[in-house]
Design a protein around this ligand. Structure first.
Ligand code: DHB
Length: 311
């Protein structure tokens, strides 16, 4: 019997696959489709204090090896997602779900976290430190001082399960410095990675998205090697009490297996879910189980983090 069961922050999930924040999670209708699929759980679109329209369209474009987007944080506002999650807690008390949020300023981030802290929400919160698409706002997680300050301030009052969504890092020194910051805080997980920020895709002689003259976050096949390196770098460096969620370049069971080998306890699907719809969870699950059966693995723990190095 092969199982894809996993745990994050002490909550159990029957399947280690779920959506990545930003995909299939803007509305209750989309979230319900993920909830009723083979996915183990879902995460909601990163929420701000008030609803946002986001950037002008076209702002997402599928390309042969992935996607490019500059959505600009369109979302229904924190109350919409919290209200839905509180309703689900009543109807499905045995399941846990993820809520993603970030403020347009540190003050707003604290207002959001305090709202969650003071609500009846008993699921998992993901603080998004890696949105690359709001003009004039740098990615928080590339600024270690600001990251340290926000986490210190947050954990002074926030005591529900909290993790962070990270951008990719590209230098070993940055893995070291980031891990040092994260290890100082009672984080339940880090999620590696958000899109590779500010890429560009050209068709004929033109960019393909309108915001920021075509600069946008890159996802899909392009980013898997960077993702796997980030998952493994943090798996090697973080205290074992901080779990890893792997996100980036997952289209197949083989891709999910690689994330878990690198140390991921949960694997999220973004671009491929956008392109293929919620049926992808069933297909990737079957593929992953087939590879596990072939290798004699019964559960994720049999190979999680057991990446082999060359002698
Ligand atoms: C958006 C993109 C992101 O990568 C993210 O983490 C949050 C928001 C966006 O453009 O909407």
């Amino acid at each position: 019997m092969v199982s894809l069961k996993t745990q994050i922050a002490g909550f159990s999930f029957d399947n280690c696959l779920m959506n990545a924040a930003g995909v299939a999670c803007m509305t209750v209708e989309e979230l319900e489709a993920v909830r009723q699929s083979s996915a183990g759980t879902f995460i909601t679109k990163t929420a701000t204090l008030t609803p946002r329209q986001g950037n002008p369209e076209p702002r997402y474009h599928d390309v042969p090896l992935g996607s490019i987007n500059s959505m600009g944080l369109p979302n229904q506002g924190i109350d919409y997602y919290l209200d839905y999650l509180l309703t689900l807690q009543e109807s499905h008390p045995q399941r846990a779900f993820f809520l993603s949020l970030v403020g347009m300023s540190p003050d707003e981030t604290h207002m959001l976290l305090k709202k969650v802290q003071n609500s009846g929400f008993n699921g998992i919160t993901e603080l998004n430190l890696s949105c690359p698409n709001v003009p004039g706002k740098p990615q928080i997680a590339y600024d270690f001082e600001t990251t340290e300050r926000i986490l210190s301030e947050a954990f002074a009052y926030f005591d529900k399960p909290l993790g962070i969504k990270l951008p990719p890092y590209f230098d070993i020194v940055h893995f070291d410095q980031a891990a040092e910051v994260f290890n100082r805080h009672p984080l339940k997980f880090v999620n590696c990675v958000n899109s590779i920020g500010n890429g560009m895709y050209i068709e004929d002689e033109s960019v393909v998205i309108r915001p920021k003259n075509g600069f946008g976050g890159i996802g899909g096949q392009y980013i898997k090697p960077t993702t796997l390196a980030n998952v493994h770098a943090f798996y090697q460096r973080l205290d074992p009490s901080i779990q890893i969620i792997g996100t980036g370049g997952v289209y197949s069971g083989r891709d999910a297996l690689e994330h878990i080998l690198c140390g991921a306890s949960m694997v999220q699907i973004g671009t491929a879910l956008h392109q293929q719809g919620v049926g992808i969870f069933e297909r990737v699950s079957l593929e992953l189980k087939a590879i596990m059966a072939q290798k004699g693995y019964e559960k994720l723990e049999d190979f999680k983090g057991k990446l082999k190095y060359l002698a």
